[in-house]
Structure formats: structure tokens, C-alpha cells
Write a protein that binds this ligand. Sequence first.
Ligand code: NAP
Length: 340
Amino acid sequence: MGYRIAIVGATGNVGHEMLNILAEREFPVDEIVALASRRSLGTEVSFGDRTLKTRDLETFDFSGWDMALFAIGSDATKKYAPKAAAAGCVVIDNSSLYRYDPDVPLIVPEVNPKDVHGYAKKNIIANPNCSTAQMVVALKPLHDRAKIKRVVVSTYQSVSGSGKAGIDELWNQTKGMYVPGQEVEPSAYPKQIAFNVIPHIDVFLDDGSTKEEWKMVAETKKIVDPSIKVTATCVRVPVFVGHAEAVNIEFEDFLDDDEARDILREAPGIMVIDKREDGGYVTPVECVGDFATFISRIRQDSTIDNGLNLWCVSDNLRKGAALNAVQIAELLGREVLKKG
Ligand SMILES: NC(=O)c1ccc[n+]([C@@H]2O[C@H](COP(=O)([O-])OP(=O)(O)OC[C@H]3O[C@@H](n4cnc5c(N)ncnc54)[C@H](OP(=O)(O)O)[C@@H]3O)[C@@H](O)[C@H]2O)c1
């Protein structure tokens, strides 16, 4: 016996990846339904070698469904996730709506799997921000060995992190640079994204940081350890898929780069590619479609006592969203629902 599972936002980038990953990992599915807005009624989406016709989320009844993997914006999630949860269906949510709710676990299965048991308070589990998910997979095994005091991270985030609108804008604006009369003004982003980088993701906060930067701080504390200090600069770059991060870590105990490399090689979800030669590191285009978070450029930071630098790259639609959501579904199945 398998699960009855709903994919909410099945026509979007993350929804599409969740369907692919459920099929790739042979998740035990008894019945699956693809849901989106009424605009997409009847739109066909693929699930393995099957085709599903998208149904209208607004009129869907979640009673009798085991899990719903949500990948729609926070506003729509606010309207529909409580309905699904009240109908007894466990919601695994990709939006930021519930991430900071003390009654909702925020889970990266390689890092804090035991927190899954907290799902029952609201019947909801939150999936972290894409930049946080890939970073904490790398931080956790290093923290367990040498206790992290502080992290300084700069991100290089692809446009697929802002949904279909971001992908379309990079594509059309890039084409428009070469075709007179087809120039595309910024709309998904505050400034030109083609051939540019933008140090601004999500809204500004009173202290001058952005909400995206604040998310990395708050989520790392909730998932790994509240004592870890994090300061972030989040930057949008003209890459379609794959987020990269330059991470500087200060530890309480000494940890040299060789031992860090060995620890990360053994850590779940991590692939170390770190040769000190031309091309001996991973870039975003190489991680697309992969499950792993790739770590390269591991080296000592000689400006502080116990410091390391590293480069962290992952497919933001996978580990940053869809894969992590499916891993949570697998964890919930294994630890709690126990079907399949
Ligand atoms: N992309 C990432 O790297 C990433 C990472 C972590 C979290 N997330 C989060 O995941 C969610 C989805 O992101 P995405 O990149 O997949 O966005 P997307 O490609 O723009 O897709 C949005 C999806 O939401 C559906 N939707 C929007 N409003 C709806 C409504 N009122 N009722 C029903 N369905 C509605 C859309 O359906 P229609 O096609 O019918 O409009 C579509 O299926 C967002 O909350 C995002 O913040 C994304």
C-alpha cells in the first residue's frame, strides 16, 4: 500500500521538479493528483511515463489524501494549506509562510530529521529557503566536529529562484539586447538582470538587510543551532538554474582543510569536488538535475584562528526546493505514516 499524494503548484518550476523526483526515486504512490490555479485546468504535466491533467486547487477536497506537497506563493498557501491540513492531509510547504512558526518543523532531512515528529501540531512541515538548504547540509557535519561560531556567506542565486517570471525575464532581456526594438525593461527584478548582478533579493528590512538575507540567518538557527551567528549578502545573478555560495566559517575548535574535506566526503547529500587546478571545482551549470550539494575550494582562512572558506553549489529547484520536499515526504512516510 502506498500514499495518496497531491502536488500543489504542479505547473510551476518546483512542482514540475517534485513530480520528476517522486518518479525518479520511485516514491510509493497509490494515487497522485496535480493541482494548480483554475487558469491551468486541464494542462498536462508528466509524472514518470504517465500524463496527469491538472485540476483546480480551489475546488479540490483533500479528505483521504495522505500528503500535499505545496509549491505556490505564500498568499495562496495561506488560503489553501490550512484547508488541506484540517482535512487530515499533511502539508509539506515550499513557501516561507510557516518556516518561522514555532509549531511547524523546518526540516532538512540530512540535518534535523528527528524534528519531523513535530508535524502533528499543525499537520504542516516547512521546507527551507533554497540558499539555506544547501548551506546547512554542509555546515552540519562541520558543526558536529568543531562547533561553528559564525558564518559569513555571499550568495550567487539563479533566476529560477524567482519562478517562471524570473526565467522569462532573463531569457527575453538577453535576446532583447541583440534585437533592436525588442528591449525588455526590468519587471520581475528591480534592475536589469541580463549581463548584470543585483545585490537585492526579496524586500528591504529596517536594518538595511533584505528578507532573503534574514531568512538565511533565522533558518540556519532553527535547523542547525540557535547559537550560530550568520551574516549574509544575497545576490541575483544571470544564471538560469543553480545557486552558488561563498561561505566563510569561524569555528570554536581548530579544523584543518584536509579534515574538513574528509568529513564532507562522508556527509550525506554532499559531493566534494576540490582539486586545486583549472576547473577542479563545480559551477552552477554542472549541478543542474543533480541531487547532491557540491563543495569545492575548501581552504584555511588565515585571517582568523579557526577559519575555513568553501564554495557550495546546488540545483536550487532540487535540493533548494523539490528534492528536499520529497525527502521530507520520504522521512514522514518512514518515521510516521509507515505505508508503502
Ligand atoms: N524556485 C525556487 O528555487 C524555490 C525554492 C524554494 C522555495 N520556492 C517556493 O516555491 C513556490 C513555487 O515556486 P516556483 O518557482 O515553482 O514558482 P512558479 O514556477 O512561478 O510556479 C507557481 C505555481 O503556483 C501556482 N499558483 C500560483 N497562484 C496560485 C493560486 N492562487 N492557486 C493555485 N495555484 C497557484 C501556479 O499555477 P498556475 O500555473 O496555474 O498559475 C504554478 O503552478 C514559491 O512559494 C517559492 O517561493 C521556490
